[in-house]
Ligand binder design. Structure first.
Ligand SMILES: CC(C)(COP(=O)(O)OP(=O)(O)OC[C@H]1O[C@@H](n2cnc3c(N)ncnc32)[C@H](O)[C@@H]1OP(=O)(O)O)[C@@H](O)C(=O)NCCC(=O)NCCS
Length: 374
């Protein structure tokens, strides 16, 4: 047994797993999926190709891609139990809570089934249907059936909006989904692997991962980015608002990262997309970015902070036309491919993940009877 007796807050720098799925090189600003640099995949590959890559370790041949595309299209329908549960949820439920609940309901029939690729495909295929069905219902509209002739990104937008989106918009969502598909040992992926390591099922791992992703320190930031920009209002107000905010201990949403000490390579791609697709957002956001980086540098020159993926994601997803409460669920729609790939990898070489804690409680003592405690 190996032991490391030093507690590191946030497990910073601790290696939680060996993985071939992705590598985050924080010092050099590189993200690699199975050997491929993200910039080479982002605008060239479909989400389906990248999901295959994450699950299988190589890019698909033509027949394999056709196979996966039709498998995803054939698995988009919800179970009857999930449809009933969706109808029962209040219309003002947060879409992330909807996703967490309905993924759970969808999985009840797979009780402790060993995670497999077909189950991963089914989960990945169903996320857009869950979200779009809820979105339509909360607007008082009839949910739409998935369109098997449309790809993953195009079908999601069709089911949300009731009409096909332009090729440019579909392409932008596809790039977003590719960029967000996996990211090393982030908190939600670690959560999924911990759950899988107990020999629990894929659904439980995904539900746990959704819960972890929801927090603003992880995937919950992009709608908060929009809210901060709304409060700042104008480029001229960026500096006074942000200096004031830091006095109150407010964190700038969309900045800082545990691993990246240089510009997040995904943010670089999203920034260029945002400039092209959402100039109004970009005009304010680029000023806010400049001020945020300056203030963060002044506060901690020894610990470089940069723009993270969430900042310009918000502008891109807004330009795609998604409501802001669907930003984090759309992140989950991408990341479910990575989560399930990690679960499959974990179960293939499993050992239960069970670290230790350092006890800092009282010395051993005897309980005093209730009558003597006043
Ligand atoms: C992502 C995040 C949780 C990483 O946390 P972390 O690894 O603990 O961060 P670090 O150890 O690098 O932080 C070091 C210092 O920088 C500060 N800092 C980090 N990100 C900051 C931000 N966005 N705004 C203001 N200060 C920030 C911290 O407050 C800390 O200062 P302190 O020691 O005086 O409290 C954190 O940067 C954050 O909360 N960012 C805002 C939310 C966000 O964008 N989330 C999406 C992440 S992809």
């Amino acid at each position: 047994m190996s032991t490391n007796n030093t507690y590191v807050p946030g497990l910073e720098g601790i290696i939680g797993a060996q993985t071939a799925i992705s590598m985050v090189d924080g010092a050099n600003g590189r993200l690699v999926y199975q050997g491929y640099v993200i910039a080479d995949l982002a605008e060239e590959m479909s989400f389906e190709e990248v999901a295959f890559l994450l699950w299988e370790g190589q890019l698909p041949k033509r027949g394999e891609l056709e196979g996966l595309t039709s498998e995803l299209a054939a698995n988009r329908d919800l179970t009857n139990a999930a449809t009933t549960a969706l109808e029962a949820l209040p219309k003002d439920t947060d879409p992330m809570d909807v996703l967490r609940s309905i993924v759970s309901v969808q999985g009840v029939e797979h009780r402790l089934a060993k995670p497999t690729r077909p189950l991963a495909v089914h989960a990945t295929a169903s996320f857009p249907t869950i979200l779009a069905t809820f979105h339509r219902r909360r607007q008082g509209l009839e949910p739409l059936n998935p369109r098997p002739d449309l790809g993953h990104a195009a079908n999601y937008l069709y089911m949300m909006n009731g009409k096909e989106s332009s090729p440019e918009i579909v392409r932008a969502l596809n790039t977003y989904l590719v960029l967000l598909a996996d990211h090393g040992m982030n908190a939600s992926t670690f959560t999924a692997r911990v759950i899988a390591s107990t020999e629990s099922d894929l659904t439980s791992a995904l539900v746990g991962a959704i819960g972890a992703l929801k927090g603003p320190a992880h995937g919950g930031a992009p709608s908060a980015v929009i809210e901060q920009l709304e409060q700042i209002g104008t480029p001229e107000n960026a500096e006074p608002w942000m200096r004031d905010a830091r006095k109150g201990g407010v964190r700038f949403m969309g900045f800082g990262h545990r691993v990246y000490r240089v510009y997040d390579p995904r943010a670089k791609i999203l920034k260029a997309m945002c400039e092209r697709m959402n100039p109004k957002f970009y005009a304010l956001a680029s000023k806010v970015e400049e001020v945020a980086l300056r203030i963060l540098h002044e506060e901690h020159p020894e610990r470089p902070q940069s723009t993270n993926v969430e900042f310009y994601s918000a502008g891109v997803l807004q330009a795609i036309g998604l409501p802001k409460e669907f930003f984090t669920p759309t992140f989950a729609t991408a990341r479910v491919s990575g989560w399930s790939a990690h679960v499959l990898e974990q179960v293939a070489h499993n050992r239960i993940i069970r670290p230790q804690s350092e006890y800092i409680g009282p010395e051993p003592r005897k309980p005093v009877p209730l009558t003597e405690r006043d």
